[in-house]
Write a protein that binds this ligand. Structure first.
Ligand code: NDP
Length: 314
């Protein structure tokens, strides 16, 4: 294990819209930030196709291209971008200790966490094969492409309920696949789903296989009570069984809720540890949009700058 002790004013963990935006602001403020990309450079947008709801792209943009643009902008102002994962941190001191996957020890006066969240998947081979070919984990991102087509949503929580009602405005029929005989979603969301005429709830229903070779053509579902299998034609298959924030490495130091979302002070990205700021989907379970993640990344960098200035470090 190397004992390289590079010391940074601002270290950013994560390379989605939050991380890159924090980098643009921190670099322009002269903090000479270093950004560790994590395992999925570009984050969740790398598994999205067209992004049509990010302001400034009137013709839309592909998710991976957008992240490339973000990266270039962060680099233009001097961000040191490193394609490596951070595997552990120690936030107990005044200066923060960070260890990379390769065993490099780093020190940072301020840390911006932008590690995002990962959509949970069912784990079917067909799901993997048809991702971006009709299988999606984001109705707001991809729903538009299924306008006028029948789709399915898997899940029984608030996300599934929200995605189903969103898609019901675009699609003639939405099949909601709920694995139990009740939904976990809040009452109000359940009512909304039940009162939407073109949503059909299939209770006690699990997905056996998503059908289609080049694109989604349907799904085979199984009734968990009777074991009976049947096929339903759909063109879009939305998995909404929850997200998992990528915050495991912070659990010994940072306050988080039961699901692992980092808790920040009101109207701020400040965590319970001074100098550690949390942005993007790692701390936001409500909006989860590229534009909101970018917004909190900006906030985190501005707060890091103020923190460092107050300590006389910049
Ligand atoms: P949840 O964990 O609340 O729900 C996940 C759902 O997916 C459950 O119904 C679960 O079933 C089902 N599920 C899990 N694994 C599988 C599987 N392998 N196959 C089939 N179904 C599966 O996640 P959400 O993303 O819905 O919500 C996360 C949090 O964010 C919640 O606290 C929610 O309230 C909040 N949220 C709030 C919103 C709002 O206020 N507008 C919008 C979106 C989310 P089971 O119930 O059987 O475990």
């Amino acid at each position: 294990m190397s004992e390289n002790k590079e010391h940074f004013k601002c270290l950013i963990i994560g390379s989605g819209p939050a991380g890159y935006t924090a980098a643009v602001y921190a670099a322009r403020a002269g903090l000479k930030p270093v950004l560790y990309t994590g395992p999925e450079m570009g984050g969740q947008l790398m598994i999205t196709t067209d992004v049509e709801n990010y302001p400034g792209y009137p013709d839309g943009i592909m998710g991976p291209q957008m992240m490339e643009d973000f990266r270039k902008q962060a680099e233009r102002f001097g961000t040191d971008i490193r394609m490596e994962m951070i595997t552990s941190v120690n936030f107990s001191g005044d200066v923060h200790d960070i260890i990379t996957e390769g065993g490099t020890h780093l020190k940072a006066d301020s840390v911006v966490i932008a590690t995002g969240a990962s959509a949970k998947w069912l784990g079917l081979d067909s799901e993997k094969r048809l991702t971006n070919k009709g299988v999606s984990a984001c109705a707001v991102c991809d729903g538009f492409f299924f306008k006028g087509l029948d789709v399915a949503v898997v899940g029984g929580g608030d996300t599934a309920a929200e995605e189903a009602t969103y898609l019901a405005k675009l699609c003639p029929k939405v099949h909601l696949l709920v694995r139990r005989d009740e939904m976990r979603a809040s009452k109000i969301m359940q009512e909304r789903v039940k009162n939407t005429e073109n949503i059909t709830i299939h209770w006690n229903t699990q997905t056996d296989e998503i059908l289609g070779e080049e694109e989604v053509e349907g799904m085979r579902v199984v009734d968990t009570k009777t074991g009976e299998k049947r096929e339903i034609p759909v063109k879009g298959f939305f998995v909404a069984i929850g997200h998992k924030p990528n915050t495991g490495i912070f659990k010994d130091f940072l306050d988080m809720d039961d699901a692992g979302y980092l808790i920040t002070k009101a109207d701020s990205t400040q965590t319970n540890v001074p100098g550690v700021f949390a942005s993007g989907d790692a701390q936001d379970k409500h909006y989860r949009q590229a534009v909101t993640a970018a917004g909190t990344g900006c906030m985190a960098a501005l707060e890091a700058e103020r923190y460092l200035a107050a300590k006389g470090l910049v």
